[in-house]
Design a protein. Structure first.
Length: 104
């Protein structure tokens, strides 16, 4: 496993999210009550950045058509989205938020 640091653990307050780019891959990083989650940043319904949407608890809403996804599992939980988004395992340590670069 090749860990890649994508953010400082202090960058996001609970309830915040942001877009992170690793190589050619756009990711969305979420802080939900102090727990970090990472998904693909691209909505599976329409070409839109999930990190530009809204985060309500564990659910991110796409800004384009309102599709919603559970950031823990990637599951689509509200139409028009029905295809899940990809999720990535997260490790928080040494003041950083890391993902497995082999998953990219």
């Amino acid at each position: 496993m090749a860990l890649v640091k994508i953010a400082s653990s202090e960058e996001l307050q609970p309830g915040q999210m942001k877009r992170v780019q690793v190589g050619d891959t756009d990711l969305a990083l979420y802080n939900v009550d102090g727990e970090y989650y990472v998904t693909s940043d691209l909505c599976t319904h329409a070409t839109a950045s999930l990190s530009e949407g809204t985060l309500d608890g564990h659910v991110v809403q796409c800004p384009k058509h309102g599709g919603r996804f559970d950031v823990r599992t990637g599951a689509a939980v509200h139409l028009p989205a029905f295809t899940p988004v990809r999720t990535y395992g997260v490790v928080v340590r040494d003041g950083g938020v890391w993902i497995d670069g082999d998953e990219l």
